[in-house]
Design a protein around this ligand. Structure first.
Ligand code: PEP
Ligand code: MG
Length: 676
């Protein structure tokens, strides 16, 4: 056996990202590999165990390797740990002390303010649901009653693990078929957790020592999840939730219980504090009218899932919703984020009519999806899709998209230990170009950094990563990475109609430097130049649009970030979610200035942020002169249908009026007044 002491230099210790890199590397070797720290010795091939070590920055760990390939294993692991396991440790600093947040004041009781009345949340998926509420409660398994359960239904650990894997594989398949890639990835990660032999060995040992299998399983999962959660690292909290979620699945199977127990049997509006991916997947879609969720913002997984399923959802809902009686009749409005409790008969009737109209509208929109979106006054507006894979491109075509207005190339770079090669990238861009044929595809170069780190790109620790080395800044600082991606795109361009777009541009020098590189690569590859555009998502780019316009072919306004940077509101903050509104007049003024500058130089202005599929925003954006709306794939048909219903000339003065409003709410009221 060989061993070595190493000091962990990662600023946030062995948290999820470096731990994953370490575990994957350890798994490549035959030798037994353990890490010892503070009287704890864990298997380095087990993600769950490495996470529970809690080795912070400055901790001295002992790496012990025993087996045929121990020399190479020790050398490779040592150098990987010393290099930071994917984190940049060149400026390692002590972990900042977490800021303690005061407990919020107790939320008011329902009948004190809302009886009958309206509970506020944030609209996360459009549509209206009318029906009784159903409180979804996470199943709590009372193991004390275990002895009373019929033992013939209970199964052993191995059988339960196998069944869980089959269920997870089915869920993965279903989610992939529904084009829910992010959901599919969650179930894949759950399945990986079940492969952690270190975890299962501990449970087996407890069972051999006489513990009831289900109790041994639950106790071990609870202990591990609690120690991961206790490490006080938000990155790890998600891992702890995943472990609890998959732990419950196995426990339910061991106890011979069915998934249906706590799910509704008739159509209801599901309300809950939070919903795990497994909870959501367990519902029969026929019985779900909509979702009202206390936790999470408009980008949470439930919001994305609801949009993909075409169900209305509101998130960030006031806690008072949870105190409502079961079966209370409600109207859930995913457009304005409200939940109307015990509505009067006439209000209910109007909502039912709206709901019927919405469903008819959606069906009609889908039937017409392949037709162009031409407004009442004869203006054609391209409605394109935001995509992230070859499968998305095919789905976008199926939903009638006029092209891809934003191809997020990050998908190719995430969840890997090395960057994709130029050829790997070429294969994907080429497949997308061929799928879309003559339709335009705007390929956005790598938008990494901020909240999207990569283990193989060493980033300096940043206190404000959203204001740090992100998007184009990162690519320009890593010319090799940038060149490879640009070469792959340029090589694929002749197979279709590809254009290149740079994210997070804040200064004209970034555009000029990137353009020079593209021109050089076009000569090197002997290919025709392609159109070049920038994302307008930093206020400086919007304010300087007149300077940028002569040097670009198109602008694409990224309102998710533009709103974040203009209002100084983190786009992922659920407490402030209702204030992160792209219809705020300050954001609209930047949008208006960008469009005006583009048109002055005969260039196009598009939008690819979420605002482009907000039905209250569409008439204002078109009134301001937006040329193209790039929206999430499921929204393409309804956005096209809305464009067809509008007379854009009528909205031009209203859009100007919106610029003079004082608040986002005033803009929304203005639209409501004219749209009905
Ligand atoms: C945006 O910021 O609006 C945008 C479309 O980019 P992303 O959401 O990928 O940051
Ligand atoms: Mg962005």
């Amino acid at each position: 056996m060989k061993q070595i002491e190493i000091v962990v230099q990662n600023r946030t210790g062995l948290h999820a990202r470096p731990a994953k890199v370490l575990v994957n590397l350890a798994k490549k070797f035959k030798s037994d590999i353990h890490i010892q720290y503070n009287n704890k010795r864990v298997n380095a091939k087990s993600m769950v165990s490495v996470l529970t070590l809690g080795a912070a920055c400055g901790s001295e760990i002992t790496l012990q390797v025993d087996g045929a390939d121990e020399e190479t294993a020790l050398a490779e692991l040592e150098s990987a740990i010393r290099a930071g396991l994917g984190d940049d440790i060149s400026q390692a600093e002590p972990k900042p002390v977490p800021i303690k947040v005061e407990a919020p004041v107790e939320s008011p009781k329902v009948d004190e303010i809302f009886e009958p009345g309206v509970i506020k949340g944030v609209g996360a998926a459009p549509g209206i649901a009318v029906g009784p509420i159903f409180h979804f409660k996470q199943t709590v398994f009372d193991l004390e009653k275990l002895n009373k359960l019929p033992t013939e239904n209970q199964i052993g650990l191995d059988e339960a693990l196998n069944c869980a894997k089959v269920e997870l594989a089915e869920l993965y398949q279903q989610m992939t078929e529904k084009k829910l890639g992010a959901e599919a990835a969650i179930f894949e990660a759950h399945s990986e957790l079940l492969d952690d032999t270190e975890l299962t060995d501990v449970i087996r040992a407890r069972i051999s020592a006489g513990e009831i299998p289900a109790k041994a399983w639950k106790a071990t999962i609870d202990e591990r999840a609690a120690s991961i959660a206790a490490l006080d690292d938000p990155l790890l909290a998600a891992r702890a939730d995943d472990l609890r979620d998959v732990g419950k699945r196995v426990l339910r199977l061991m106890l011979g219980l069915t998934e249906k127990g706590a799910t509704p049997e008739t159509p209801v509006v599901i309300v809950a504090r939070e919903l795990s991916p497994s909870d959501t997947a367990s519902f029969d879609p026929e019985h779900v009218l909509g979702f009202g969720i206390v936790e999470g913002g408009p980008t949470s997984h439930i919001a994305i899932l609801a949009r993909a399923l075409g169900l209305p959802a509101i998130v960030g809902v006031d806690e008072s919703m949870l105190a409502l009686e079961e079966q209370t009749p409600v109207i859930l409005n995913g457009n304005d984020g409200t939940l109307t409790v015990n509505p009067a008969a006439d209000v209910l009737e109007r909502a039912r009519q709206s709901q019927r109209r919405w469903l008819e509208y959606r069906r009609f929109a889908q039937e017409q999806a392949s037709q162009p979106a031409i407004s009442q006054d004869g203006q054609r507006v391209d409605v394109t899709a935001n995509a992230g894979s070859v499968a998305d491109a095919a789905e976008a075509l199926h939903m009638g998209a006029d092209g891809i207005g934003l191809l997020r190339t990050e998908f190719l770079f995430l969840e890997r230990t090395t960057a994709p090669t130029e050829d790997e990238q070429f294969a994907v861009y080429n497949a997308i170009a061929e799928t879309m044929r003559t339709l335009p595809v705007i390929v956005r170069t790598l938008d990494i950094g901020g909240d999207k780190p990569l283990p193989y790109i060493h980033l300096k620790p940043e206190l404000n990563p959203f204001l740090g080395e992100r998007g184009i800044r990162l690519c320009l600082n890593r010319p090799e990475l940038f060149r490879e991606q640009l070469r792959a795109i340029l090589r694929a361009a002749p197979s279709g109609n590809l254009k290149i777009m740079f994210p997070m541009v804040s200064d004209i020098a970034e555009l000029r430097q990137s353009r020079v590189l593209i021109e050089e690569l076009c000569r090197e590859l002997n290919v025709q130049p392609v159109q070049i555009g920038i994302m307008v998502e930093v206020p400086s780019a919007a304010l300087m649009a007149e300077i940028f316009a002569p040097e670009i072919d198109f602008f694409s306004i990224g309102t998710n970030d533009l709103t974040q940077y203009t209002l100084a509101i983190d786009r992922g903050n659920s407490t402030l979610a209702s204030k992160h509104d792209g219809l705020h007049p300050s954001v609209l003024r930047l949008i208006a200035h960008t469009i005006e500058s583009a048109h002055k130089f005969g260039k196009r202005a598009d939008i690819c942020g979420e605002l482009g599929s907000d039905s209250a925003a569409v008439p204002i954006l078109l009134g301001l002169g937006m040329d193209e709306l790039s929206v999430s794939i499921p929204s393409v048909p309804t956005v096209k249908a809305q464009v067809r219903s509008l007379t854009i000339a009528d909205w031009q003065p209203l859009a100007k009026q919106a610029l003079d409003c004082s608040t986002a709410q005033e803009v929304r009221d203005l639209v409501k007044k004219h749209i009905g």
